[in-house]
Design a protein around this ligand. Structure first.
Ligand code: AR6
Length: 175
């Protein structure tokens, strides 16, 4: 059953108001392109300074910082896997990203959180596969965490939104 606290929208995650935005970072945590670059530009240089003190983050783990100039109080940085064909444990690592983010959501008592589609840009994870992992993990976390009031997945393009919508509707992955 679909949880009413889960919402899919199209847009720019840097504009979203939430207790935390999730960043699809790299293991340096020092910024990059894609959503990472956009979040760092919108948050300002203080975010980079705080990230520097964290000294990196391994794939599948997550770290929390303040949100600075964003409309979000916090940024939760997680490092997704690079797609290498699917046989290198990528699915488990991607699931672990979502689990690591929700462990911090729980620890910090956060109620609203917005995610981008982790790993499906520069890291090349096929979105048909990644969307199903993301939605499964988000729904499992919602069941476990009554404190969470809203989880928004912010898709950058209408096409990506459509993929997530179909996955949420339970449609099987296209062959
Ligand atoms: N709002 C929402 N989604 C966005 C935005 C935005 N402003 N900008 C891009 N996306 P990517 P990854 C989407 O490449 O695949 C960085 O350089 C994008 O369309 O940002 O996890 C990091 O430093 C795609 O669907 O992250 C790492 O080196 C999704 O966000 C590497 O890229 C994720 O694409 C991480 O790669």
């Amino acid at each position: 059953m679909r949880d009413a606290r889960l919402e899919l929208v199209q847009g720019d995650i840097t504009k979203v108001e939430a207790d935390a935005l999730v960043n699809a970072a790299n293991s340096s945590l020092l910024g990059g392109g894609g959503v990472d670059g956009a979040i760092h530009r919108a948050a300002g240089r203080e975010l980079l300074e705080e990230c520097r003190d964290l000294r990196g983050c391994p794939t599948g783990e997550a770290r929390i910082t303040q949100g600075y100039k964003l409309r979000a109080r916090h940024v939760i940085h997680t490092v997704g896997p690079r797609w290498q064909g699917g046989g290198r444990g990528e699915a488990g690592q991607l699931a672990r990203c979502y689990q690591s983010v929700f462990a911090l959501v729980e620890k910090h008592g956060l109620r609203t959180v917005a995610f981008p589609s982790i790993s499906t840009g520069m890291y090349g994870y096929p979105i048909e596969k990644a969307s199903r992992i993301a939605l499964r993990e988000i729904q499992a976390a919602l069941e476990r965490l009554p404190q969470v009031e809203k989880v928004t997945v912010v898709l950058f393009t209408p096409g990506d939104l459509e993929v997530y919508r179909r996955a949420l509707a339970g449609e099987p992955e296209p062959a």
